[in-house]
Design a protein around this ligand. Structure first.
Ligand code: GLC
Length: 727
């Protein structure tokens, strides 16, 4: 439709019809009971009266082409204006083919993986009639007590920007092999990833510098990549809930960033302005959210209930309402809904089979690049072809390993299945120990294990894989925890295996950094497996058997203890830094714990032996030599950091400025080159990129803690000569 046609459509709509375009509900609220519709929030509203069932603009989280087709047809028959519904869903890390959780994907430090997995998710979900995904979640996170870190790209602004933008490109740029567009809705604007205490839905109190430098760039990168929608967050910013936050939504998002797309509330968040204490009732809540610029109300009906009265009383101007409705109509138009409101014809059985196979192969390759090898003493890994290997722990043969937000799916290939398919059965010994319950269900720890049983079942094995972790249902939304340790019996199992003289290899399934210090000394090797999706067990077997070296690097710091949190690499300097060797109480440290984390951002081992050397800073580039003196072909991620010695505001001790995955063969030496651009020497302040001449440290290495360093004096003239990069 043309812009004129949209305007004339708007002109013929009644107020109630306009308000209906701003309402999003799950299918059962207008008569479609279906087990595909998993509620993702509290059920708080009465079903709409039959008379109102035509007044809805979009549908949340229904899945399957048959269901979307039926709902669409029913609605078009009801709606006098024949305006198609938008179907939106949480396609976070896959739809039919489930990929590693976003935090694991970020550990691959591969924008290509983010784009490829999003493209396949888009192709599969568009075929089911879904038009919009509530992804990427660009919330920066630095507190693993918060359950939704699994859905993020971790603690670093640059990595968050790169992965979020790549996901948007993947969702929105169809290819011949993978057709179908899925519009990206960036969330949760803003700073939902910084709840105080790591407690879900809690307030986020951040300085404007922290917002601008760390917490906002990810959303902006996703919008610059073309995302047409933003979801407002549940939390307060500067004591105002994002859903009613005019400075945030109108001031920053619309006016400063020039965003003209659709803003949607989070689930029931409009009504929850009452609980926040900023609206005395539903009518006031609707006024707050509409006047803040929230176009669509998700899963509460305050707009439809009170909108006409707000117009009559002057609490809402009709041009505001019209602007909101026009943005929704434009989004529907941009997705071609007026021409084709129904899902594409389904693939033939053979094409569907080939497509599923292709997607599974891609999911397996990507899943191989996400696990992080945290420890590998005495070359415990990889397993050798002639070894007899034990496998125990609650995740040994567990298939419920997809993690949160898996589009209604729960099962992937288990570790046991993956190993059994690639390793002689006669050399595997499975010592089952029952499954782990979830905290939500009262936390059934694993069954107590007798040493005698374990000795008997594992008597032929020197090496034992112990698959441990947290229940997948204890990650994601509504899953904050104060205790990040493995359950008591999982820790006891590891201690017992060590006491039995076994070579203990821990494989950790989790959606967040766990507190691994209590078991670290008992393990010869630790592989952080995350939740890797459909091909989980197959990918882990590839790594454990040495078919491919682990190559993941931590996108989020692992603390020694929960008491250190928040602990992340890009901390600001303090006036009393710890000076090596100086034992004074008057320094920024703890009496009972080092400041350093257990494993730093960017850390991850491979089966190779790689070093960097020869860092050189030249006018147009920065170079460092990578060599692999080991016997394994590996992929290393070379990281470039900078630090500014003095500036008008305190600066982080270091900041990631670029990174590159580099495949390197045994004995090979590679010169890795990064562009030397203005972006390396700037920081954001007041909406601009600021350069202040002075001394900079340029650092390069294979994690954020062990870096080569060169000093670079930067004058204004030197800065002006440098290439302008995408800042
Ligand atoms: C949830 C989440 C949000 C999700 C939405 C729809 O409460 O906060 O991320 O997209 O509801 O399911």
């Amino acid at each position: 439709m043309t812009e004129e046609a949209l305007s004339s459509l708007l002109a013929q709509m009644t107020v109630r019809e306009k308000l209906g375009q701003l309402l999003q509900l799950t299918p059962e609220y207008f008569g479609h009971q279906d087990d595909h519709t998993a509620l993702t929030g509290p059920e708080s509203i009465e079903p709409l009266p039959h008379s109102d069932r035509g007044y809805v603009g979009s549908v949340l989280n229904c899945t399957g082409a048959a269901q979307t087709r039926t709902i669409q047809q029913t609605h078009l028959n009801l709606d006098r204006n024949h305006i198609p519904l938008l179907f939106m869903a949480d396609i976070i890390h896959g739809y039919q083919t489930i990929f590693p959780i976003p935090l694991a994907l970020a550990c691959s430090f591969s924008e290509q993986n983010a784009q490829t997995s999003a493209r396949i998710a888009a192709s599969e979900s568009a075929a089911a009639g879904i038009h919009v995904t509530f992804s990427p979640m660009a919330d920066l996170v630095r507190d693993p007590r918060w359950g939704r870190v699994m859905e993020s790209s971790g603690e670093d602004p640059l990595l968050n920007c790169r992965m979020s933008a790549a996901a948007v490109r993947g969702y929105q740029q169809p290819s011949a092999q993978e057709p179908g567009v899925l519009a990206a809705c960036v969330k949760h604007f803003a700073a939902y990833g910084a709840p105080e205490g790591g407690r879900e839905y809690n307030t986020a109190e951040l300085s404007s510098c922290a917002m601008e430098e760390s917490y906002l760039p990810g959303y902006q990168a996703a919008l610059q990549a073309g995302a047409p929608m933003v979801m407002a967050a549940f939390n307060t910013i500067e004591h105002i809930p994002a859903t009613a936050n005019i400075p945030l939504l109108r001031g920053l998002l619309r006016e400063r960033w020039g965003f003209q797309g659709v803003i949607i509330s989070d689930y029931n968040a409009v009504e929850e302005l009452i609980a926040h204490g900023v609206a005395k009732d539903g009518r006031a809540a609707a006024a707050c959210a509409l006047n803040a610029g929230v176009d669509i109300e998700m899963m509460s009906t305050q707009y439809l209930t009170h909108g006409e009265d707000l117009l009559r009383s002057g609490k809402l101007q009709e041009e505001e309402l019209d602007s909101a409705v026009l943005r929704v109509l434009r989004l529907k138009n941009s997705l071609g809904l007026f021409e084709n409101p129904f899902p594409q014809p389904e693939l033939s059985q053979e094409d569907a089979r080939l497509s599923a196979m292709r997607h599974a192969q891609t999911a397996r390759r990507i899943a191989c690049e996400c696990p992080v090898l945290l420890k590998n003493d005495h070359l415990a890994l990889p397993l050798q072809p002639d070894e007899c290997v034990g496998l125990t722990g609650p995740f040994a043969s567990e298939r419920h390993i997809l993690g949160a937000w898996s589009a209604g799916q729960t099962e992937g290939i288990s570790l046991w299945e993956g190993l059994s398919a690639q390793f002689p059965h006669s050399q595997l010994r499975l010592a089952s120990c029952g499954s782990l319950g979830s905290l939500l269900d009262g936390m059934e720890d694993i069954a107590p294990l007798s040493e005698a049983d374990l000795r008997k079942q594992l008597q032929d094995c020197q090496k034992v894989l112990v698959a441990v972790g947290e229940h997948p249902d204890d990650t994601g939304e509504g899953a904050s925890k104060t205790n990040l340790r493995l359950s008591p019996r999982q820790e006891q199992l590891i201690h017992l295996l060590k006491a039995m003289g076994k070579t203990v290899i821990a494989v950790v399934f989790s959606g967040r950094p766990l507190e691994l210090l209590p078991i670290l000394s008992d393990c010869d090797a630790v592989l952080q497996a995350w939740f890797l999706g459909t091909e989980s067990g197959s990918a882990l077997a590839e790594i454990l058997l040495g078919h491919v070296s682990p190559s993941g690097k931590l996108a989020m710091t692992f603390p020694r203890t929960v008491g250190q949190i928040p602990v992340y690499y890009a901390q600001l300097r303090t006036g009393r830094p710890v000076r090596d060797g100086l034992r004074t109480r008057y320094a920024s440290r703890y009496l009972d714990c080092p400041n350093e984390p257990l494993f730093p951002f960017g850390y991850g081992l491979t089966y190779g032996t790689c070093q960097v050397s020869g860092l050189s800073v030249q006018n147009d580039c920065i170079q460092v030599q990578l060599c692999n003196t080991g016997s394994y072909p590996v992929t290393e991620t070379v990281q470039l950091y900078t630090a500014q010695k003095t500036a008008s505001i305190a600066r982080p001790v270091k900041q990631l400025r670029n990174f590159r995955r580099v495949p390197i063969a045994p004995g090979e030496q590679i010169i890795v080159t990064f562009p030397n651009t203005q972006a390396l020497y700037c920081y954001p302040r007041g909406g601009k990129q600021v350069f202040e001449p002075g001394s900079f440290s340029i650092m390069a290495g294979l994690d954020s803690a062990h870096l080569l360093c060169a000093t670079q004096e930067m004058t204004q003239a030197h800065f002006d000569q440098l290439r302008k990069d995408a800042l």
